[in-house]
Design a protein around this ligand. Structure first.
Ligand code: BT5
Length: 325
């Protein structure tokens, strides 16, 4: 499922600065040395700095800030998610591409990831700002054996996964989840999740978990209207981070919590979610398509529904809404 360029890059990364001979590579891949050379040239065009050591072979000297499949895979600890990664430079939206891969029979765990999106979208077709080379813009295709009505819980599974990946790699951060699909750092949005589903009447064909995470942007990199509401991992940490390493960690937790959810139900995820929640116990204002509900968020149900206790003492369940804290 991997291109030869990916395999070649994986070999060069694994060699850790030691030369690998062109002849050896040619033998291993069953191609000519010229074919190897052509792929080396492609890597160079993409910004990989390679040196040819006489009689010894190719050495990778430095790598550009990109999330090629092989780069993510050197950090990957999963069994399914990310075994197939389609990496792109600039795309309209990874979500749109992922629908195409689903139609073509994509395997469970396929990842579609891009350096830049020109038409990234949030819920209800709102735009999602996806600066080139600075974030994680990806769609994970999952095929869990759950009924369609349980699909929305996967947004919460994804949120818990991202929070735990952030805590594992950057313990200084204190990510909080804002129901249903935002992750905040110091009160500002750094992540949005968009879960879509392709389903038959009683069976999920595929879930498309769209994940947008601001990673290495400076606040000035965001458009004006986001300056006061958005942030990135690096803006909060005060240093840049390795996006490929971070993506691998997100995929690791997504696989482990996703499997846990399918096997053991929602309660373990619900506990993790509530622990990281910025919403529970707070006064909130929920705008749904039909009404505005104000009150204290008291919890989420097994179905992932947010429960709000209004001033009159009545508890209302909210399936989908925009929340103001
Ligand atoms: C979301 O929507 O938060 C879901 C975003 C999902 C994006 C991913 S990226 C990979 C995949 N491919 C796609 O095309 N989409 C998914 P929503 O809750 O509707 O929030 C959208 C709102 O967030 C916008 O109206 C802006 O106010 C704000 N926003 C836009 N870009 C942002 C950014 N980069 N960081 C923080 N806030 C942003």
């Amino acid at each position: 499922t991997f291109s030869m360029k990916d395999e070649l890059l994986a070999r060069l990364l694994r060699a850790g600065g030691e030369p690998i001979s062109g002849q050896q590579l040619a033998n291993d891949f069953g191609v000519s040395r010229t074919a190897i050379w052509k792929h080396i040239q492609v890597l160079q065009e993409e910004g990989y700095i390679l040196e040819t050591v006489k009689k010894k072979g190719y050495v990778l000297k430095s790598a550009p800030d990109r999330m090629d499949a092989a780069r993510i895979q050197t950090h990957l600890e999963t069994e399914r998610i990310g075994q197939v990664i389609h990496h792109f430079g600039s795309v309209d939206s990874t979500q749109i591409l992922a629908h195409g891969f689903v139609r073509d029979g994509a395997a469970d765990g396929t990842v579609v990831i891009a350096e830049e999106q020109t038409a990234g979208r949030g819920r209800m077709l709102r735009p999602w700002e996806s600066t080139a080379g600075k974030g994680v813009w990806m769609t994970v295709i999952l095929k869990p054996d759950i009924p369609p009505h349980q699909a929305p819980q996967f947004t919460l599974v994804a949120a818990v996964s991202i929070v735990n990946a952030m805590k594992a790699l950057y313990p200084e951060l204190e990510p909080e989840i804002k129901w249903p699909n935002d992750i905040l750092l110091n009160g500002r949005k750094c992540t949005g999740i968009l879960t879509e589903m392709v389903a038959e009447a009683d069976r999920i064909q595929a879930l498309l978990i769209g994940i947008g995470i601001n990673v290495n942007q400076k606040i000035e990199d965001f458009p004006q209207e986001l300056h006061t509401i958005a942030t990135s991992i690096s803006a909060e940490l005060g240093r840049e981070v390795d996006r490929a390493e971070f993506v691998a960690k997100v995929l690791y937790y997504l696989e482990s919590y996703g499997d846990q959810y399918v096997k053991n139900g929602f309660s373990p995820i619900k506990a993790l979610w509530e622990k990281a929640s910025a919403t529970i116990g707070r006064h909130v204002r929920a705008t749904t398509l039909r009404e505005v509900i104000e009150g204290v968020a008291v919890g989420i149900t097994e179905a992932g529904v947010l429960e709000i206790k209004t001033a009159s003492g009545e508890v209302k369940g909210v399936y989908s809404a925009d929340i103001e804290l």
